[in-house]
Design a binder for this molecule. Structure first.
Ligand SMILES: [Zn+2]
Length: 237
């Protein structure tokens, strides 16, 4: 009943906001605007629930088709429904989902700091909004590199504070309330800045920073509801 009620609500909102001012590349629907999230306006797709970062990832795949075309397997950490729907349907792609905490609806339960996988196990790895929850992010980054195939890629995104000179972390800040105040969410253990690229580099990756907001330009970025802070770190072993 709950699922049915949600489906009815989503269908009604999708119809009410149908339009052409903005477009979600994931579900390929157009709207008058995106839906506000609790902390920012124009954030979510009415239909598939995509956030700015999910749309940025999908637009990257559309703009660099060789990324998915060259991948026979993809490991997705903490898979979001909107991306999962598209990736799981992709012909020829062995799509595997993993989450440490979620008990249902994922294929594997893996600790990102100690992945029970062989070296080079996946051609592609999606690790978005995970590392800010992980105390030992250096171990996680090394593991991500290890399981990425030598000619593969690993896409990393995190909440970024672009106004900060460096990543902010303090192991003394442990209470949920303090973490919420300092790191923006009660279960975040740090607030990354652009220098996450150096950490990924130190883990052995060659890192390309993709700024899709700039690449698309202000008009197209706004039409797809992208955030300037949503840089994509495209990492190769
Ligand atoms: Zn959508």
């Amino acid at each position: 009943m709950n699922r049915l009620a949600t489906a009815v609500r989503v269908r009604a909102a999708t119809a009410r906001h149908r339009g052409s001012a903005v477009r979600c590349p994931l579900c390929e629907h157009g709207f008058d605007r995106f839906k506000d999230d609790w902390n920012r306006p124009d954030a979510l797709c009415w239909r598939c629930g995509s956030h700015e970062r999910h749309r940025a990832q999908w637009l990257l795949f559309e703009r660099r088709p060789q990324l998915l075309a060259g991948a026979g397997s993809l490991l997705h950490f903490s898979p979001e429904w909107c991306l999962r729907e598209r990736l799981a349907q992709r012909p020829g792609l062995r799509y595997v989902t993993t989450d440490l905490d979620r008990s249902q609806d994922v294929d594997l339960h893996l600790d990102v700091t100690a992945l029970e996988l062989p070296d080079g196990a996946f051609d592609a790895v999606l690790c978005s909004h995970v590392l800010e929850h992980v105390p030992d992010d250096a171990a996680a980054m090394r593991e991500l590199r290890r399981v990425t195939a030598p000619d593969g890629w690993c896409l990393v995104m995190v909440p970024l504070a672009l106004d900060r000179a460096g990543t902010y972390e303090d192991p003394a800040i442990t209470s949920p309330a303090d973490r919420q105040r300092e790191f923006l969410q009660a279960d975040h253990v740090r607030l990354y800045a652009r220098d996450i690229g150096e950490r990924l580099d130190a883990a052995g990756f060659t890192v390309a920073v993709v700024d899709l907001h700039a690449e698309l330009g202000p008009q197209d970025a706004a039409r797809h509801g992208l955030l300037a802070a949503d840089l994509i770190f495209l990492c190769r072993p």
